[in-house]
Design a protein around this ligand. Structure first.
Ligand code: AMP
Length: 215
């Protein structure tokens, strides 16, 4: 099964993707995670991307497409995947189609997680992620039992450098300009499904799975 999750920053793509990984046993491919790993590892690509990410801007299509091409070749992606945060521009979407055709693959579900922009700022600025196990929390909506400690593994909770209010506003306007046109792109191909991403995480997940299973 091959899935694309579209949605504004803070629409819950990462959270839902992690739940889909467990249910469908396919990997989450998040270009944001791949880029952050490169930044942490201090690779040349990571050094190039650091400032761009922290400013809330988009890394070039060329870099992101190179990363995706490599990632799709890995063994675990052969049985399917969830693309989270990619494609993010029309250029990326237009390059993805032939990349998949070459591999004789097609996307089964392209799903837009729809969210109220008012909610997004709180969702993002409140976001915390366990540095050890990746479990996600939100200090406003789903806080950990103990401040800054993971309920699952007691790891330290980290706040992403690009989750500040100022950067979130930049990321939202970039989403409107560069990523929102993908909605029309996939609608034209009659591939787009929509799921409301407001309310309880588990309820959103149930609706998301219904859409995926109906394909
Ligand atoms: P995310 O974790 O998906 O919110 O991504 C964090 C940051 O990584 C974004 O704000 C961009 O700077 C960069 N990034 C992630 N995915 C892409 C992409 N597909 N194209 C360009 N930049 C990306």
């Amino acid at each position: 099964m091959r899935i694309i999750l579209l949605g504004a920053p803070g629409s819950g793509k990462g959270t839902q993707a992690k739940m889909l990984v467990e249910k469908y046993q396919i990997p989450q491919i998040s270009t944001g995670d791949l880029l952050r790993a490169a930044v942490t590892a201090g690779t040349p690509l990571g050094r190039q991307a650091k400032e761009i990410i922290e400013g809330g801007n988009l890394v070039s299509d060329e870099i992101v497409l190179g990363m995706i091409r490599e990632r799709l070749n890995e063994a675990d992606a052969q049985k399917g995947f969830i693309l989270d945060g990619f494609p993010r521009t029309l250029g990326q979407a237009e390059a993805l189609d032939p990349m998949l055709s070459e591999l004789n693959w097609a996307i089964d579900s392209t799903i837009l997680l729809e969210v109220d922009p008012e909610l997004v700022v709180k969702r993002i600025t409140g976001r915390r992620t366990c540095a050890d196990c990746g479990q996600m929390y939100n200090i406003y909506f789903s806080p950990p039992a103990q401040a800054d400690k993971c309920d699952k593994c007691s790891g330290e909770l980290a706040h992403r450098a690009d989750d500040t209010e100022e950067t979130v506003r930049t990321r939202l306007s970039i989403y409107d300009e560069q990523t929102a046109p993908l909605i029309g792109y996939y609608e034209q191909q009659t591939k787009l499904k929509r799921v409301k991403a407001i309310g309880e995480i588990n309820d959103i997940f149930v609706n998301l799975c219904k859409v995926i299973d109906a394909q």
